[in-house]
Ligand binder design. Sequence first.
Ligand SMILES: [Zn+2]
Length: 141
Amino acid sequence: MEKSFRTSTAVGAVVEFGLVRHALLAKVAAGLIRHEDVCDAHPELLRAAKNIGRTTGENCPLCHDAELVEVTYVFGARLPSGGTCPTSRSELLKLERREEPVQCYAVEVCVSCSFHHLVRKWTAGGRRARRAQAQRKEVGE
Ligand SMILES: [Zn+2]
């Protein structure tokens, strides 16, 4: 089940939230959390999911009515404060190669019941900062 959009230029660890999701769904199943509390995706997120969401091949674990889609948000200097959503892998790679560091968040969304959950996050970019760091190391600072 290869997720088509996986990043290849992450700096450091890609943090996956599969265990958090598993625990969350278990609590919903046990009646400890109501569906309404996890199916409350922001209208903007739903809009992005409908327009540019990438299919995941997995049905929604809550309503089972629709396939989950994934939306990636990228935050960083000189990007919109609400983040930007790359619509293709090449667009994501371009953002990941920025001089300034960027924070990327992949969110899964069900456009049927509005379930949403953070799938993974990673940091990329920042070549300038890392270069400067490497130079500082070379001169022994
Ligand atoms: Zn759903």
